[in-house]
Structures are given as structure tokens and as C-alpha cells.
Design a binder for this molecule. Sequence first.
Ligand code: ATP
Length: 133
Amino acid sequence: MGTLQLEVVTPDKTVVSAEVEMVVCPGVEGEFGVLPQHVSLLSALKIGDLRYRVNGKDENVFISGGFADVNNNVLSVLAESAELAGDIDAARAQAAKERAEKRLAAHDESVDQTRAEAALQRAVTRLQVAQLR
Ligand code: ATP
């Protein structure tokens, strides 16, 4: 069946660089799968779980949205932040979740609602992905 190259990069580092059997990406319009020899594709990603398979074993990565680019059997994911499930600090995500919930509950005009909602979404999703390790 073959493999494809997966690269997950953030401004700070490369989080994944591996030959994989398949990838499922959290596209803004729903999840989509990428198999070896996929046609070229560019898609925006939402905050979510990116799943990939190596030697029949699934791995999960949190990504904070970004872009997926498929070209010549390479899937490049560019994200503002990304962590392998095993690298997620659940206590930090829990604290971020509570902070965001307090900000949203305060109905304070100085609070940027959209920003607080995105922070909450990142924290909730990190907690979900951390459970998959
Ligand atoms: P926080 O408020 O805890 O910083 P955040 O959602 O604002 O959360 P990001 O801006 O997405 O954080 O990420 C900033 C940096 O911190 C990135 O390098 C990201 O990988 C890392 N990071 C954030 N939260 C966690 C976590 N719970 N576990 C591991 N790394 C994290």
C-alpha cells in the first residue's frame, strides 16, 4: 500500500517528521483522510486532533488550526502550535480552560470574546487529545 511523508511544523519546531501509512486531518469543513499518492491539495485546518498511522499503530497530535498541503506524496501541516498527545501538559490545559471560562463568564467588555473562545477551544481539545495517548 506504500507510505507518505508527514511533516507537522510550527514556528518553533518540527513536531512530526515521519513516513506514515495514512493521516486524518481536522479540516475546517470536516475531517479528511490522506493516503499515499493522494492528489495535490491545500486545505485550512481547525483546532483539532490530527491522527496518523505508523506500522498499524495510530498516533494523535493536537494542532491549533493551520494549513495542510499535499504535494508529491508529502503532507506538510503548518500550525501555530502542535503537540504529540504524550507531550500535552493536561494540568496546563485544565488551567487554560478555567481561565478562558472565567473570562467568558465575566461578560466584561474589555475581554476579547473571540480570543477567549479560541483559547477555550484549544484547551478543551488538548484535554481530549491527551486522553488518547
Ligand atoms: P496557555 O494559555 O496554556 O499558554 P494557549 O492555548 O494559549 O495555552 P498556545 O498559544 O496554543 O497556548 O501555545 C503556546 C506554546 O505552548 C506552544 O509552543 C504550545 O505547543 C505550548 N503549549 C500550550 N499549551 C500546552 C499544553 N497544555 N501542553 C504542552 N504544550 C503546550
